[in-house]
Design a protein. Structure first.
Length: 173
C-alpha cells in the first residue's frame, strides 16, 4: 500500500478530496444526517461491520438502514464524536484509491460504548457512565472510487482495537 515516490500536485489534490469524504462521514454520522452520510457511498457500497453489527451492509438502502439502527441518538446531534487521524491514502488508479485511518470514538455525554454499539465492544448494559469519554478506538480501511468526478466510499471496514482487539491486515481494493 505504501509508495516511496513523491506525489504529484494532482495526487495531492485527490488525496485532500478523499480526506474530505472521511471527515464528512464522521460529521454526518455524529450529527445524525443519514441522507448526507449515505450519499458518500457508491450505489454498490459495502460497510463490513461484522456479525455483531448486522454483518455486511451492501448497497445504499442497507447502509441507510444500518446507520439508522446504530445511530445511537435522537435529534441533530447524537452525542458521539468520531475523530479520524493518521490518514494513509494511496491513489491506486485514475478513479480508485485505498486509505487507512485511526478512529477515536468519543462520547460527550458520558455514555458508555454499549449505548451506541452494544455489548459487543465488551461493556455490559447498565454499567454506570464513566468520566472517560473514550468509547472505542479502531482502524478504518476504506476503498474509494470516483463516480461522476466525486470520490465515494466503495467499501469500508473497521477493526475495533479497543476495548476489544479485533485487528486484520490492510485490505486491498
Amino acid at each position: 500500500m505504501a509508495s516511496t515516490k513523491a506525489p504529484t500536485i494532482e495526487e495531492l489534490l485527490e488525496t485532500e478530496a478523499i480526506k474530505r469524504v472521511r471527515i464528512l462521514y464522521s460529521h454526518y454520522l455524529d450529527m445524525g444526517k443519514i441522507d448526507e452520510l449515505v450519499d458518500l457511498f457508491t450505489d454498490d457500497g459495502v460497510c463490513e461491520f461484522g456479525p455483531n453489527y448486522g454483518g455486511d451492509w451492501v448497497g445504499k438502502e442497507r447502509i441507510r438502514t444500518g446507520f439508522e439502527e446504530f445511530q445511537g441518538g435522537d435529534g441533530p446531534f447524537t452525542g458521539a464524536m468520531h475523530a479520524n487521524t493518521n490518514p494513509w491514502i494511496e491513489i491506486t488508479g485514475p478513479d480508485t484509491a485505498t486509505a487507512r485511518w485511526y478512529l477515536l470514538g468519543l462520547s460527550i455525554e458520558g455514555r458508555r460504548a454499549e449505548t451506541l454499539w452494544g455489548p459487543a465492544l465488551g461493556h455490559s448494559p447498565g454499567d454506570p457512565a464513566e468520566p472517560n469519554p473514550l468509547m472505542l478506538m479502531g482502524i478504518c480501511d476504506d476503498v474509494y472510487r470516483k463516480v461522476d468526478g466525486a470520490w465515494k466510499i466503495a467499501r469500508t471496514y473497521i477493526d475495533f482495537v479497543w476495548p476489544n482487539r479485533n485487528y486484520h491486515a490492510p485490505r486491498d481494493g
